[in-house]
Each structure stands twice: as structure tokens, then as C-alpha cells.
Design a protein around this ligand. Structure first.
Ligand code: MF3
Ligand code: CO
Ligand code: CO
Length: 276
């Protein structure tokens, strides 16, 4: 038995938040990579005229063919592999026969399980040529995530993450959705803590090496209020304004973060073509 076996492989809990060792990092690396590869695979398929249901089928087959399980399939009655949230849909859009149209912007969110570990990530896709305001919203959302992630290191707080995102997004005259948040994850899909995308610097639990969680800000061009449609899942902006989201699963390291769901091909932020 090595030192790593006795110390780094331990998994214990500080209050509510789990702290993982090297075995957890290994597991999350594999799960995160498969989730990212799934979103990479979908890029050429997100075109005008494709149905969101077909994209869901492609994602399911890809995950299963590559040694993973779709975590959302059967989760709380959800019967799909991905969520596809277009335009004013904030999150949890349900794949269907609906066809994507030129100019749509869509978030695709996938969670896979590999050897019991969860990789959860989402990105924005432009369908054909997209309006300047939609591209701006997408840019603000990615930059918001980046700014949140940049605060992460042992000793900083969850409030620091939310504060950095909110401060940037609101300075860009966009708004942060309050009704959904990031979450701890690992062997559990949605674990403690709730990772808010707004808040005050220095507040909330203190980060420690070995904590695993998602950061997944939803950003609206208009007001932050959302409502959930009668299907029980689809969340939309109340004012029908455009909404965007992007999500990474990360682990806190000795001096920063490891992004488990980074795209192996550098396409986490896909190029979104502009109109004209
Ligand atoms: N992947 C989503 C998240 O980021 C959860 C989707 S749950 C589902 O937490 F059931 F709607 F798929
Ligand atoms: Co998530
Ligand atoms: Co997700």
C-alpha cells in the first residue's frame, strides 16, 4: 500500500460537501472526457432542418458505444440523453420532432456516467447564421463562466464564484438566472453544494482541494425571471428574451482547478457563424 492509497484515495466529507482523492480525479477525468467528446461529436450535426430528437439519438448511441451510460435517461422520469434548449428556453428543453431552424441558438447539455462517475457539461451551438445579439449573449455567457472558474482555488469561497459571474454579466447589461444552479457531483449526479451563479465575494462554503462540482450559468438578454412549462421540465424566460448557458464539471486542485469536461479538440466554445 502506498501513501497515495492511504491518504489521497480517501473520500471524506467536510460538513455537507464531499472531498475526493486521486481515485475520484481519475474517474472524473474519464467521465468528463466522454461527455465533452459527445458534445464535440454533435457539432457537425447541429444544422437547419435536423430534429432535436435525432440529436438526442446520436448522443445516446455515442455514449453507449463508448462505455458510458446516459445519466439523464430515466432520471426523475426524464426519458432522454440530452437537454436541448433553444432561444428563449433557459434549460431542460426536451428533445422532440421539432426541427432546428436557421438562426436558432441551442444549448445541448449531456451527463454521462463512466465507472460510476458523472461528467456533466453543456455548450452553445449556432444553427446556420446567427444574429449579432445572439452571438453577443453567447460570448457574455462563456466569459461569465470563465470569470467564475478563474476564482476557484483552495481557500476561496462559493460566493466568490457567483459574485464574479454576476458582476461581469450584469456589467454587460445581461441577467443571471436565479432559479437554477450548479451542483456538487461525483458518484452522485446532483450533490451538495448548490453552486449559485450570483452572490457576494467571501460568502458561502470555503473551497478545498478535492471538491468536485459544476459551474453552469444561465444568462438572459432580458430579465432573469423564468417559468417552467406544463411538461414539467422546459424552463423559459418569462419575457421571452434569449437565454444561453454553458457548463463545466471541475475539481479543485492544490492551487486551482482541473476542468474535467474540457473539449479534447478545443471546441468547448464552438465558432458561431454570424449573419451576412
Ligand atoms: N445536466 C443537467 C444539469 O446540468 C441536469 C439535467 S436533468 C434532466 O444539472 F433530467 F433534465 F436531464
Ligand atoms: Co449540471
Ligand atoms: Co448539465
Amino acid at each position: 500500500m502506498t501513501m497515495t492509497d492511504t491518504i489521497s484515495d480517501a473520500e471524506y466529507r467536510t460538513g455537507e460537501i464531499r472531498v475526493h482523492g486521486s481515485e475520484g480525479f481519475e474517474g472524473m477525468r474519464k467521465a468528463g472526457r466522454l461527455a465533452a467528446e459527445c458534445l464535440d461529436m454533435l457539432i457537425p450535426h447541429v444544422v437547419p432542418g435536423v430534429s432535436t430528437g435525432v440529436l438526442d439519438d446520436l448522443a445516446r448511441e455515442f455514449v453507449l458505444d463508448n462505455g458510458g451510460l446516459p445519466a439523464c435517461l430515466g432520471y426523475k422520469g426524464y426519458m432522454h440523453t440530452v437537454c436541448i434548449s433553444t432561444n428563449h428556453v433557459v434549460c431542460h428543453g426536451i428533445p422532440s420532432d421539432r426541427l432546428l431552424r436557421e438562426g436558432d441558438v441551442a444549448n445541448i447539455d449531456v451527463t454521462v456516467i463512466v465507472d460510476g462517475w458523472h461528467g456533466d457539461t453543456s455548450r452553445m451551438y449556432g444553427v446556420g447564421q446567427v444574429s449579432p445579439r445572439a452571438r453577443r449573449l453567447v460570448d457574455v455567457t462563456y466569459e461569465g463562466l470563465e470569470r467564475g472558474l478563474a476564482t476557484i482555488k483552495p481557500g476561496s469561497t462559493f460566493g466568490d464564484i457567483g459574485h464574479a459571474i454576476q458582476k461581469y454579466v450584469e456589467a454587460q447589461r445581461c441577467s443571471v438566472v436565479r432559479d437554477f444552479c450548479g451542483h456538487g457531483l461525483g458518484r452522485v449526479f446532483h450533490d451538495a453544494p448548490n453552486v449559485l451563479h450570483f452572490g457576494r465575494a467571501g460568502e458561502g462554503p470555503v473551497l478545498e482541494e478535492g471538491m468536485f462540482f459544476t459551474v453552469e450559468p444561465m444568462v438572459n438578454l432580458g430579465r432573469p425571471q423564468v417559468k417552467v412549462l406544463s411538461d414539467g421540465w422546459t424552463a423559459v424566460t418569462r419575457d421571452k428574451s434569449l437565454s444561453a448557458q454553458c457548463e463545466h464539471s471541475v475539481g479543485v486542485t492544490k492551487d486551482g482547478i482541473e476542468i474535467f469536461t474540457a473539449s479534447p479538440t478545443g471546441q468547448f466554445k464552438p465558432a458561431i457563424a454570424g449573419e451576412g
